[in-house]
Design a protein around this ligand. Structure first.
Ligand SMILES: Cc1cc2nc3c(=O)[nH]c(=O)nc-3n(C[C@H](O)[C@H](O)[C@H](O)COP(=O)(O)OP(=O)(O)OC[C@H]3O[C@@H](n4cnc5c(N)ncnc54)[C@H](O)[C@@H]3O)c2cc1C
Length: 399
């Protein structure tokens, strides 16, 4: 049998892994449950190492053309308007992209899909949902369903990149421990320019407050606002024009009603799979770890998984490297980073942004201002926030 890698899910993780493998000469078969690529309002931040990885696939400059370069990001205090601003240009020489790129996730998946469709060794099928996985010494079989129809596909290896509710993860019996935050999170976007209203505002801003923290994220055409609401808040009320209008006017008064381009409400979890690999199947991206969006690390971490895993599958299939050793190595490397780095970092960001004590908030901001003004501290801080340390540390985890 010719070696072939099956991939469940065509989000950023599945498509990036598929593209690397197909371009290396390994046949890949991708299956997506939806009938087209989702275009919902999800990640909007690409960190520098992710762009370096996407540059190797010819995708980074395409995204830069469609996005907004954010050379700075900021911690602010809502009550005082005081801010600490971090300048990522200090990363010059360490990355080809010394900025955060603000660009919608669907622009990446659309570009990666087009690139994969041009690869003769890749097949992409939509509307087929992964249901079950079985495997033996020679291969792995994925059961897929569509509209009551069932089929089976066989490959040498399987990547489960089928998102937070991963059917592959469940079929493999992998636990997904962690917790769900008590509040719901609302995202709304508007073309109104918040930078013209809030002096000194950076394109990415985390604004701390005792009562209602918020995040402002600029993309090329819109500003996104992320706000928490109570656990039991009525969804229809929260997503109504009036409710969102009142919240946006509270952030920055605007003479006419804010036009709203998108709105969504969702629950946020901090969870990591107890292992990333069972036999010939491995999981990547949200299938393996999910976290709050404070820091923009979810999609980025998923792409880092995909690049790591694809490199190992290449070594296994093309160079006959030891599969057990390398797949365990993938699991150890990427799981350690999700648990020790991404989950901790994003949870700490949440604790800072919702700090109720004004003295503690002020002390944090003073510390951040000192960091921002001290070049070695600034470099260390932005390397961490940009996930550069995470990528380096993950490569240092040995089997
Ligand atoms: C509102 C919001 C804002 C976010 N902001 C950021 C941010 O700023 N920065 C950041 O890094 N991350 C952010 N994230 C997280 C980011 O969107 C995810 O981490 C990212 O989409 C994960 O990519 P993935 O490929 O692992 O999974 P997904 O993007 O979820 O892709 C999984 C794919 O698998 C498909 N699928 C599901 N079940 C099956 C099945 N059984 N069989 C086949 N296919 C299946 C799905 O339809 C989907 O296309 C945000 C998320 C949300 C919800």
């Amino acid at each position: 049998m010719t070696d072939r890698v099956l991939i469940a899910g065509m989000g950023p993780a599945g498509l990036v892994a598929g593209l690397i493998l197909a371009r290396a000469g390994i046949p890949v078969a991708l299956f997506e449950a939806e009938t087209d690529l989702p275009t919902d309002l999800r990640a909007s931040t690409f960190h520098p190492p992710t762009l370096d990885m996407l540059a190797d696939l010819g995708l980074a400059d395409l995204l830069v053309e469609q996005g907004l370069k954010a050379p700075t990001y900021q911690w602010r205090d809502r009550a005082t308007g005081d801010a600490a601003t971090f300048d990522l240009t200090c990363l010059k020489g360490q990355t080809g992209y010394p900025f955060r790129l603000q660009c919608e996730q669907w622009k990446l998946t659309r570009a990666a899909r087009a690139a994969l469709e041009a690869e003769p060794l890749a097949t992409l099928e939509f509307g087929w949902a992964a249901q079950d996985v079985t495997q033996d010494d020679t291969g792995v079989t994925l059961t897929l369903t569509r509209d009551g129809e069932t089929r089976m596909e066989t490959g040498t290896y399987l990547i489960g990149a089928d998102g937070a509710s991963s059917a592959v993860r469940r079929a493999l019996g992998i636990a997904f421990e962690g917790f769900t935050y008590a509040e719901q999170w609302v995202v709304a976007s508007t073309p109104v320019d918040f930078a013209a209203k809030l002096p000194g505002l950076a394109p990415v801003t985390y604004t701390a407050d005792a009562e209602e923290w918020f995040v402002l994220l600029q993309t090329r055409d819109l500003w996104r606002v992320l706000i928490p609401v109570e656990d039991d808040a009525d969804k229809d009320l929260i997503l109504s024009d009036d409710w969102i209008e009142a919240k946006l006017q509270g952030i920055a008064p605007h003479e006419t009603p804010y036009p709203i381009a998108h709105r969504t409400i969702y629950r946020v979890h901090q969870r990591v799979a107890d292992r990333y690999r069972v036999g010939r199947a491995a999981i990547a991206g949200d299938a393996a770890h999910i976290n709050n969006p404070l820091g923009g690390m979810g999609m980025n971490g998923g792409i880092h998984d995909a690049v790591n895993l694809a490199a190992k599958l290449k070594a296994i299939l093309l160079d006959k490297a030891d599969a057990d050793r390398l797949l365990d190595h993938y699991s150890d490397q990427r799981r350690a980073i999700a648990e020790e780095y991404v989950l901790n970092h994003t949870h700490q960001n949440k604790q800072v942004i919702e700090e109720k004590d004004p003295a503690k908030r002020a002390a944090h901001l003073e510390r951040m201002k000192k960091v921002a003004a001290t070049p070695p501290d600034l470099l260390a801080y932005v390397r961490k926030g940009a996930m550069m340390d995470a990528v380096d540390k993950s490569m240092a985890v040995m089997p």
